[in-house]
Design a protein around this ligand. Structure first.
Ligand SMILES: [Zn+2]
Length: 397
């Protein structure tokens, strides 16, 4: 059995506030990687942390219990809505995504208060296309105060890299600094949150627990957050046509639009935003926004050894963004955040790759479609090109 107990909130080290539970693994052949699981924020924000429900500690231990096929016991109260959704629907979706998981019994003492207290309409900020698109639509273009973003959050819960890697904190810190600068320009508060969830993730778990950790951070702020937008990377059409391709490795693209609404509680609503767009449409919407031109950061090259946190302008994520900007005629708008000389050296080979793989990969397909919509010249499928240092004919027509 996996058991969590003793929910408490306290100030640690003077300037930090911590929300913490004890966690124990019993009667299974695995030791708990740590004795406690926690969230930590600046002590000045301590009232934002919820302390009358175990909801923030439900998802990650549940995932571990489903992995180890053992019961999950919570010595305290949780949201009734979240509890029912997880036992009736959520576990089924997770098992469809990862067949090695098994549904398990969730045992709770009772249920938490349901009165909403929060007034914050929040979102995360990574400065990628998805998060900037959500910010643009739900802050710049939104006027209804019930739905207009009024706070931003930065969750350091695993997606910045492995916690034991020395570069992780550097990456997280540079992303926070970029987010703080952006928030400052928009007049929005930004609250960074740390967790120790990474201690519980093994390499064999892949990225799945990272998504659950991210949603859990929102639930930790239930005292403050009424509504929270998660900028989705996938769109409805892509999900319908190829959602099953993401089985086993990308929980968000497999099921986020219907899984995440089940994660909300009576007090806090989680909304998946961005599925109504193709990625190239998000880029089109952002292309003339001065904030995007200054802060857009799509690159993930530092995961393979670089210590740069800017855009490399040659990785696949950079190239797919840059090609969309080129087709839209907006490349020069982004000369502050990309090295356009590097891009120009790579762009032809990348275009050939996009054309060759347009039928196989949704982002290449979108770029191919966008080029057709704009009558933008791309390599022809029946010609020969140098592609990945080999001569290739772009078959397909
Ligand atoms: Zn890059």
């Amino acid at each position: 059995m996996i058991e969590i107990s003793n929910l408490r909130k306290y100030h640690s080290g003077g300037k930090r506030a911590r929300l913490e539970v004890d966690i124990k693994f019993t009667d299974i052949n695995v030791a708990a990687p740590a004795e406690t699981m926690w969230f930590e924020i600046d002590a000045n924000y301590d009232r934002l942390l919820v302390n009358d429900t175990f909801d923030p500690f439900l998802l990650v231990p549940l995932y571990l219990a489903m992995t180890y096929k053992t019961d999950f016991r919570i010595c305290g109260n949780v949201s009734k809505r979240l509890y029912k959704n997880l036992i009736w629907y959520g576990q089924k979706i997770l098992c469809d995504f990862l067949p090695k998981l098994s549904p398990v019994k969730i045992i709770v003492d009772g249920f938490a208060p349901t009165q909403a207290q929060g007034i914050l309409i929040g979102t995360g900020i990574s400065c990628g296309v998805d998060s900037l698109s959500t910010l643009y639509d739900r802050f710049i273009n939104e006027t209804d105060p019930d739905y207009k973003i009024n706070a931003m959050f930065f969750f350091n819960c695993g997606s910045n890299g492995k916690v034991e890697d020395s570069i992780t904190q550097y990456i997280a810190q540079s992303r926070v600094e970029r987010g703080i600068a952006l928030a400052g320009e928009l007049g929005l508060p930004l609250c960074p949150i740390d967790t120790n969830f990474q201690e519980f993730f093994l390499a064999e778990h892949g990225d799945t627990p990272l998504f659950l950790a991210h949603y859990s951070c929102v639930l930790a702020m239930q005292n403050a957050i009424r509504r929270y937008y998660i900028g989705s990377a996938c769109n409805y059409k892509g999900m319908k046509n190829s959602g099953t391709k993401y089985k086993l490795f990308d929980l968000a693209e497999f099921c986020e639009p219907y899984f995440v609404p089940l994660i909300g509680t009576e007090r806090t609503e989680l909304i998946i935003d961005g599925c109504q767009y193709r990625r190239v449409d998000k880029i089109k919407n952002l292309a003339d926004w001065h904030i995007a031109q200054k802060y857009l950061n799509v690159c993930r090259v530092h995961f393979v050894g670089s210590n740069s946190t800017g855009n490399c302008s040659f990785c696949d994520k950079c190239l797919r963004t840059l090609l969309a900007l080129e087709i839209l005629g907006k490349l020069e708008n982004f000369s502050q955040v990309f090295d356009l000389k590097t891009y120009n050296e790579k762009s032809f080979e990348y275009k050939a790759k996009v054309v060759a793989n347009a039928d196989n990969y949704v982002f290449y397909n979108e770029l191919f479609e966008l080029a057709q919509e704009y009558n933008y010249p791309m390599p022809k499928r029946h010609d020969c090109y140098i592609l990945d240092k080999n001569v290739a004919i772009l078959l397909g027509e």
